[in-house]
Design a protein around this ligand. Structure first.
Ligand code: 48H
Length: 260
């Protein structure tokens, strides 16, 4: 016999138990695109308590769309080891260009991050920051559906030791912190500078330099990093996104070890 109410109970109990456990964590990653998922995988693998918050129904950000909905992604040699490690197949194209299925990459990245221990919540968006004594201390969240419907619903808060803005082109968390903290971000203008037009070579190179702390205990990675520092976009090459997520994980891990 299958009891409909037992199915409801299983879902509600399991979800809320995990959510209560996650009210406080080591790292909250805002955005479940390639950069955020990669960071989640590496931080979780090290044993940290990691939470990914994704505002859409389907994590993956810009990756499943490949280039103009041709659902393939291109990566370069230096990032191939990340896909290899996750068991994602790549095909050599020309020297230094590899092609992978955007959907296989997304499926495996999600699976690897979750199996490494990350909690990933879809349909929840980060609408504000917890800033205590000029230090990023967590995020303020709400149901994306409430936002889309335009309902006036007050949010809830989650605490973490570090926050990673992996929200892509709009750098939503950096924007909120810049607007509300009353403090300058660690950019030349003190604000989010905004991304520049496409130039893959330059955009990919500068991305790793831009992957860093931009406000006490707030890091930025992926496309958001170039948006914050005024770097160019790079089109559907995804190696930099993976390397940026990996670098952010490594920088945050160093800080977590220092217990500051
Ligand atoms: C919760 C949020 C919020 C929020 C946004 O856009 P993404 O794929 O970002 P990256 O940096 O992982 O990868 C960028 C890549 O996909 C890309 O767009 C490239 C390479 N573009 C180059 C070009 O020239 O166009 O993922 C960000 C994720 C998305 O899933 C958003 O839905 C999510 O973050 N998100 N989640 N709360 N406030 N804002």
């Amino acid at each position: 016999m299958i009891d409909d109410i037992m199915i409801s109970r299983a879902i509600i109990e399991s979800y809320t138990k995990e959510l209560l456990y996650n009210l406080e964590s080591d790292v909250i990653i805002c955005g479940g695109g390639p950069a955020g998922l990669c960071a989640a995988y590496y931080l979780s693998k090290e044993g940290y308590k990691v939470l990914v918050l994704e505002k859409t129904l389907r994590p993956g950000g810009g990756m499943p769309g490949g280039g103009m909905m041709f659902n393939k992604i291109v990566i370069q040699e230096e990032s191939k080891s990340i896909l290899d490690e996750m068991g994602i197949r790549t095909e050599p194209f020309q020297k230094n260009y590899f092609v992978a299925s955007a959907l296989e990459t997304l499926g495996f990245m999600l699976g690897r991050a979750i199996q490494a221990g990350a909690s990933i919540y879809n349909c929840i968006y980060v609408e504000d920051a917890l800033i205590y004594d000029k230090k990023m201390s967590g995020v303020v969240i709400n149901w994306s559906a409430a936002n889309i419907a335009g309902f006036h619903v007050d949010p809830l808060a989650l605490r973490s030791r570090f926050v990673l803005d992996a929200t892509g082109h709009d750098a939503e968390v950096a924007q909120v912190v810049s607007r509300k903290s009353g403090a300058a971000l660690l950019t030349s203008t003190g604000k989010v500078i905004g991304e520049k037009s496409m130039w893959a070579e330059k955009g990919e190179k500068i991305l790793l330099t831009n992957t860093k702390e931009i406000f006490p205990h707030l890091y930025v990675c992926g496309m958001a990093a170039n948006a914050v520092f005024g770097g160019p976009r790079m089109g559907p090459i995804f190696g930099g996104m993976l390397l940026s997520g990996q670098k952010a994980a490594s920088l945050i891990s160093e800080r977590l070890k220092k217990k500051d």
